[in-house]
Design a protein around this ligand. Structure first.
Ligand code: CTP
Length: 465
């Protein structure tokens, strides 16, 4: 693996020139170096200087004519927004423990001191920015070797590294998924022992890491060790509880946790939309609560889609996920069994129309989840279920072509209904509107404004009575 990285011409060159002028050593470190060695380029840049990080950041900001430097004197760091990313500055530091005190004092340190305090060896490499040594790698902890071996190892004893910042326990899982690396067994042991320490970390930082994990090419690579170490129970207890919930034996299903991981991996091959992946993660979330045994059938999970949909919002609130995605995830969870219910030869157009209306523009995402939900090992069954979904998709396309149901808005809005019936706002308006919608969905009247108005006039007296 290379001993230098190409820093290109640009802002890193400018930072190097400022370092030369100030007679300071400056390095780019962390994810930027890791990604450069892996052949990708990150948006964010971390800079370490052997000296005062904030003062140096001030000089760089001046040189770039950038007035938006934010400083954090308490932490000795500074942040400069740049293009669509950011540049962070820190002076190399070390921690020193006074005898008899458990609280370390943070002091100026060497580059190696600084790298030792980082999370993983693959994130603890530095590339020089000064003109004499530009691009040359400093790798005192064997980061390149671990990058090649695809292993996440902590620079110090993992107990110490995780103790410094317990979020790193979850970061191990996130990087395992994102980079498709293994986690060193000692780090996994420490993660198991120390998982409860994550309790001191802010929910925002936890959720940010979790969503990065879920955005990885194959999220199970991180979700599985989360479960194995017990971390899932700390971070996402509802998911942890899916383990051991047996599905019906005759379908050779795995337990719901393993099934869910498969569904998430399946859908991740089809979409980068992290909220659709979230819907896949949560689609069976109410199975532990709805589990019941029925003689002759086996285990049943009656109503799990509706109860699961209702669990979405409290989960989003606790996890501090952005609430703007709640309705979408709820909808996909709520509807995830409906396409299968349309398989029957006899199924009426009205049932297809209703599902298209309820799913609206998210119908394609819903169908993606349904296809991802096929995880049986029985090839005959898989073929059958796939064919069934194709049939449903064909029926949907037919109905859609006829009735243009997608993004359909009821042909009459509340104002028009009030005007046509000479009534004011109130529950009656909703009742009348529902009657019109039902008539359209059931195919009694065509999906257009005039027909809807005519129908409204024909029923209004009866409803108003
Ligand atoms: N770091 C650390 N411990 C943390 C967070 C960060 O040691 N809890 C160090 C690592 O050296 C890391 C660098 O700070 O590489 C930058 O952190 P961050 O931007 O969070 O991660 P990246 O490695 O840059 O990865 P990504 O951009 O994918 O988040």
């Amino acid at each position: 693996m290379k001993r230098t990285i190409d820093l290109g011409a640009g802002v890193l060159e400018t930072i190097g020139a400022v370092a030369d002028r100030e007679r300071l050593e400056a390095y780019v470190v962390g994810g930027f170096v890791r990604d450069a060695l892996l052949g990708t380029q990150g948006k964010d840049v971390d800079i370490v200087v052997l000296g005062d990080g904030i003062a140096f950041a001030g000089k760089v900001a001046e040189e770039l004519g950038n007035r938006s430097l934010v400083t954090f004197p308490k932490f000795g760091t500074a942040m400069l927004p740049y293009n669509d990313g950011k540049i962070e500055f820190v002076g190399a530091r070390q921690e020193r423990y006074e005898p008899g005190s458990r609280k370390p004092s943070v002091e100026t340190g060497t580059l190696k001191d600084d790298l030792l305090r980082r999370d993983f060896t693959v994130n603890a490499m530095a590339a020089a920015l000064n003109s004499g040594s530009r691009g040359m790698l400093a790798d005192p902890l064997g980061g390149r070797k671990d990058l090649k071996a695809k292993i996440l190892r902590t620079p110090l004893d993992p107990v110490k590294t995780f103790d410094d910042d317990p979020l790193r326990i979850l970061r191990a899982m996130r990087f395992a998924a994102q980079l498709e690396f293994r986690i060193d067994p000692a780090a996994l042991r420490a993660a198991t022992d120390m998982r409860d320490r994550l309790g001191i970390v802010s929910q925002e930082r936890i959720s940010e890491e979790f969503l990065k994990l879920l955005s990885a090419p194959q999220p199970s690579t991180g979700l599985f060790p989360m479960q194995e170490t017990g971390l899932m129970n700390v971070v996402f207890p509802e998911i942890a509880a899916l383990s051991g919930v047996e599905q019906r034996k005759e379908y050779h299903h795995k337990d719901v946790f393993l099934h869910t991981l498969k569904v998430v991996d399946n859908i991740s091959r089809e979409t980068g939309n992290v909220w659709l992946r979230m819907a896949a993660l949560l689609h069976d979330i109410a199975k532990p609560r709805t589990k019941a045994f029925k003689e002759g059938t086996g285990w049943t999970f009656h109503g799990h889609e509706e109860i699961g949909a209702r669990m979405v919002k409290p989960i989003f609130r606790r996890m501090k996920f952005p609430l703007e995605h709640v309705l979408y995830v709820e909808k996909i969870v709520r509807l995830h069994l409906r396409p299968m219910a349309l398989v029957d030869e006899e199924v009426k157009d009205s049932a297809v129309r209703r599902l298209l209306f309820e799913a609206g523009e998210d119908i394609d995402d819903l169908m993606k989840l349904c296809r991802a939900d096929i995880t049986s090992k029985n090839p005959r069954l898989v073929r059958q279920v796939r064919q069934n979904y194709e049939m449903v998709a064909r029926k949907m396309a037919e109905v859609e072509e006829k009735d243009r149901m997608r993004n359909w808005r009821p042909a009459l809005n509340g104002d028009e209904i009030m005007e046509a019936c000479g009534i004011g706002p109130g529950p009656l308006v909703g009742k009348l509107k529902q009657a019109v919608v039902d008539a359209i969905l059931d195919g009694h009247i065509p999906n257009d404004h005039d027909a809807a108005l005519q129908y409204l006039h024909s029923i209004k007296n009866k409803v108003l009575e």
